[in-house]
Design a protein around this ligand. Structure first.
Ligand code: RUB
Length: 308
């Protein structure tokens, strides 16, 4: 259990971050937990697995990849502990393999939408978006990237390091320079923490400003999202919970203490409506956001939302 608690803490404190990485870490943590779980009764086994699953799911509320990965990993039909353990280990193995393959496939599919000479703007740090950008670059396309800083946690600094390592010409901008710089941009490429049934994109706060500015300037907006980032629960009317993080991330606590009339609001994500998104690149193809329902139904199975 200690190992699973450590992973949960790393997700909560964002040592492990990004919707894809969170999902993979949670699936692996659950796999390792059942491997060591010493119970003989299936009821006790299921109870313990549910408890462990809930600990993982409660670490961060917005990335739908997290509950989806946990549900996909823990579902089993066995009536005995050995069989259930076997199924869960198999589920984790398949999920982790498919997640790796998805990243590669999305890179190949998305790269077709990037052309020689393109300037790409990206936000935060998305491995899915970077897979598309790096694949296009490796194909020999002459591209450059404008990367936002992504306050308050500055995930843009991770992005510019990765882009630098690929050798991709990169410009770092502050978030408030997005609209000013949009005239130079051909395509905006971002990741996703969740896609809702109506095709709305939930991603790092500021994404909707990028998409809005791109829409105004008639530039393309692509979101790159594995099918496990689509939200089955939104079919049942649920809303995506937008994580509010601590004020400390935005302002020094000592400064804030001197300002009794000031409070801080720090939403970690925002919502971009479907009409600002041209395409969602998944591992099973590039779709208009309006097809989110079909993707959930055919590739994810919205029975996920009825489970545990
Ligand atoms: C990360 C973020 C990323 C998505 C997709 O937010 O918003 O764009 O999670 O990432 P945080 P990936 O840093 O708060 O986790 O494509 O790597 O799954």
């Amino acid at each position: 259990m200690q190992q699973l608690l450590d992973t949960a803490e790393k997700i909560r404190t964002m040592e492990i971050r990004g919707a894809g990485r969170i999902a993979e870490a949670a699936s692996a943590a659950l796999r390792d937990y059942v491997l060591d779980l010493k119970v003989t009764n299936i009821k006790d086994f299921n109870k313990k697995v549910d408890e462990a699953a809930n600990i993982l799911i409660q670490t961060r509320p917005t990335a739908v990849s997290l509950p989806n990965a946990v549900q996909i990993t823990k579902r089993h039909t066995s009536e005995d502990v050995a069989g259930a353990r076997e199924e869960i280990l198999h589920n984790a193995e398949v999920f982790l393999k498919q997640a790796g393959e998805a990243l590669e496939r999305m890179g190949k599919i998305g790269a077709k939408r990037i052309h020689d000479g393109d300037v790409i703007m990206t936000h935060c740090n998305s491995h899915a978006a970077l897979s598309v950008i790096s694949t296009a670059f490796k194909q020999g396309k002459d591209i450059s990237v404008i990367a936002t800083e992504s306050r308050p946690r500055r995930q843009g600094f991770i992005t510019i390091r990765e882009l630098n390592d690929y050798g991709i010409p990169t410009t770092l901008i502050v978030d408030s320079a997005v609209r000013y710089c949009m005239k130079e941009v051909d395509t905006v490429i971002v990741g996703a923490d969740a896609i809702t049934v109506n095709g709305a994109l939930v991603n790092k706060v500021g994404t909707s400003q990028l998409a809005h500015a791109a829409h105004e300037a008639r530039k393309n907006v692509l979101s790159v999202a594995e099918t496990f980032k689509f939200s089955p629960n939104t079919i049942l009317g649920d809303m995506i919970d937008i994580e509010e993080r601590s004020a400390d991330e935005v302002i020094d606590q000592e400064i804030l203490a001197e300002l009794p009339n000031v409070k801080v609001k720090n939403p970690a994500f925002d919502i971009t409506p479907a009409e600002y998104i041209d395409m969602i690149i998944t591992e099973v193809g590039a779709f208009p956001p309006q097809m989110a329902y079909t993707i959930i139904k055919e590739h994810l199975g919205w029975e996920l939302s009825h489970m545990g």
